[in-house]
Design a binder for this molecule. Structure first.
Ligand code: F6P
Length: 550
């Protein structure tokens, strides 16, 4: 029992019912499930906006789905969702509201935090971002020497990098091709070096993206970028105003860095870093795709927000996907979840989802601080599918692990591809459909034998199948569809955190490393004694200093 009187997750009758169902499930496979009910191919689908979501190739029946929904009801998923949309401080360990849905709400919506409607403020910043993007895109905004900006370098890390960097890749064919966007995140000097080495400082804008404006990697890179710019221009501090803008919640630190707050685009502490790319953090993306297409993307997010908020449980896609993950993670002991897009443009999509999911649900205490004795967030991984087929799919098909996977594909390619390349799209998608079929239904030893395969090779050439997949299919990967996809995953992560009774919106786990790094640095540079440094790390620091000739 929790202190507030709620029964702990794994002591609820709904949990027990699922555990029993799992026991009775035994080895029931997808061949049997489809033989018993071929209509599951269409029954187990849901349409959300442009996304057609097929979950028929999952190890579930109507009974499983009912039991999972019962668990969601018993754990108060809907109540927590409604509290989030009402602006309640559901991020309890940081005492904050969680209102990323307000970032994409239409102008006339009312969403409150602490009794104040936050939507007008959101739109005021979007309008300023739009005006600024227009001026960069048209060449009206000029650098210190009067030349138009042609290169935009976003400096940020984590949520202040992954979102815009991912979305810029996704939407490349919607971007102004005469502008070059680059993203610098790593404090390894090589990152900034490679990003700027062929750029002309007179035509370069740095967008310093940091919610807190205290993140050491970002501030260090921003300082080095300022040195590079001023040296390159042969100018003093006065050149900064034309070449640096800040995206942050912290006006004081922005001013301290030397960026005028007139060149700052703000957001708010109710926007978590990993939920922020549709806030001011998206400025570089907006410069690339323009304010109208940025709005289309926000409308895509909003469509799925509304679906999540209002759709009944049976058709609620984020709820469903979240619960399927719980079925495998908590009752089949699956440790990871693969996201496999069949689109070159989605090459950074899974990396983005890693922060979204793993920073949100990589927790081992519940909201009251008690250790959880159930599995929480999975390891999320994957790269574009066709490349993966020639790398790690072997393990998914024939290894010993159960790895649920999402397959994301599109009916039409985007961009002005030459006709031959358009034709390649069918081959890409043939792989997409073939893989989920092979994963689900495998190949029995008898089928292998019937092909005349010698008996000693039969075990090697058999596929056991029953690898569960979700297929997400849309007509094309447009800005709106990208927004829909991201919101789908955001809310899926929300559902899982709600069931697991964890705070999905804090990230204390990244703090310890940051604190230790600050303590270790003087040991590397000055040979300072770091009290409390363990013997292994002390020996490694000594080796490092020797290798550097110190
Ligand atoms: O990695 C920890 C983290 O706090 C993330 O949550 C965040 O997205 C990232 O650092 C960057 O933080 P900031 O935007 O404040 O620089």
């Amino acid at each position: 029992m929790n202190a507030d009187g709620r029964t702990r997750l794994n002591q609820t009758p709904e949990w027990a019912a699922l555990a029993k169902h799992r026991e009775q499930w035994g080895e029931t496979g997808l061949r049997e499930l489809f033989a018993a009910r071929p209509e599951r191919a269409t029954d187990y689908t849901v349409q959300v906006g442009d996304l057609y979501i097929d979950y028929s190739k999952h190890l579930v029946t109507d009974e499983t789905l009912t039991l999972l929904r019962d668990l969601a009801a018993a754990t108060g998923v809907e109540a927590l969702r409604d509290a989030m949309f009402r602006g309640e401080r559901i991020n309890t360990t940081e005492d904050r509201s969680v209102l990323h849905a307000a970032l994409r709400a239409p102008r006339d919506a009312v969403i409150e935090s602490d009794g104040e409607n936050v939507v007008p403020g959101v739109h005021a910043v979007l309008d300023r971002m739009g005006d600024f993007s227009d001026r960069i895109r048209s060449g009206a905004w000029t650098g210190h020497t009067g030349r138009p900006i042609r290169n935009v370098v976003n400096i940020g890390i984590g949520g202040s990098d992954l979102g815009p960097a991912m979305a810029y890749e996704v939407l490349r064919s919607f971007t102004a091709r005469d502008l070059d966007l680059r993203f610098v995140s790593n404090v390894d000097g090589a990152d900034l070096h490679e990003a700027v080495r062929d750029l002309d400082p007179a035509e370069t804008l740095f967008v310093i993206a940091s919610k807190t404006f205290t993140t050491i990697e970002t501030i260090t890179n921003a300082t080095s970028a300022r040195d590079w710019l001023l040296t390159g221009l042969g100018a003093g501090q006065e050149a900064v105003a034309k070449h640096f803008v800040a995206l942050s919640t912290n006006a004081e630190k922005v001013t301290e860095f030397g960026i005028d707050t007139a060149n700052m685009f703000e957001f708010w502490d109710w926007v978590g870093g990993r939920y922020s790319y549709d806030s001011a953090i998206g400025l570089s993306l907006m410069i690339a795709i323009g304010r109208e297409q940025f709005r289309e993307m926000l409308d895509g997010f909003h469509l799925v927000d509304e679906h999540f908020r209002t759709a009944p449980a049976e058709q609620n896609a984020p709820l469903l996907l979240g619960l399927l993950g719980i079925w495998y993670g908590n009752f089949f002991d699956a440790q990871s979840h693969a996201v496999l897009p069949y689109s070159h443009y989605l090459s950074k999509f899974t990396a983005y989802l890693q922060q979204l999911d793993m920073e949100s649900n990589g927790k081992s205490v519940d909201r009251e601080g008690n250790p959880v004795d159930w599995q929480t967030g999975p390891v999320v991984w994957g790269t574009p599918g066709t490349n993966g087929q020639h790398a790690y799919y072997q393990l998914i098909h024939q290894g010993t692990k159960l790895i649920p996977a999402d397959f994301i594909g599109f009916a039409e390619p985007v961009g002005d591809l030459q006709p031959g390349l358009v034709a390649q799209h069918d081959l890409l998608m043939a792989n997409f459909f073939a893989q989920t079929q092979a994963l689900a239904f495998g190949k029995t030893p008898d089928e292998v034998r019937a092909e005349g395969v010698p008996e000693e090779l039969v075990p090697h050439k058999s596929f056991r199948g029953n690898h569960p997949t979700t297929t997400v299919l849309a007509r094309a990967l447009t800005p709106s569809v990208l927004g829909q996809l991201i919101a789908l995953y955001e809310h899926k992560v929300f559902v899982q955190g709600a069931v697991w009774d964890i705070d999905s919106f804090d990230q204390w786990g990244v703090e310890l490393g940051k604190v230790l790094a600050k303590r270790v640095e003087p040991a590397l540079t000055e040979g300072a004694d770091v009290p409390g440094l363990d013997p292994s790390s002390r020996a490694l620091v000594a080796k490092y200093r020797a290798l550097r000739g110190r």
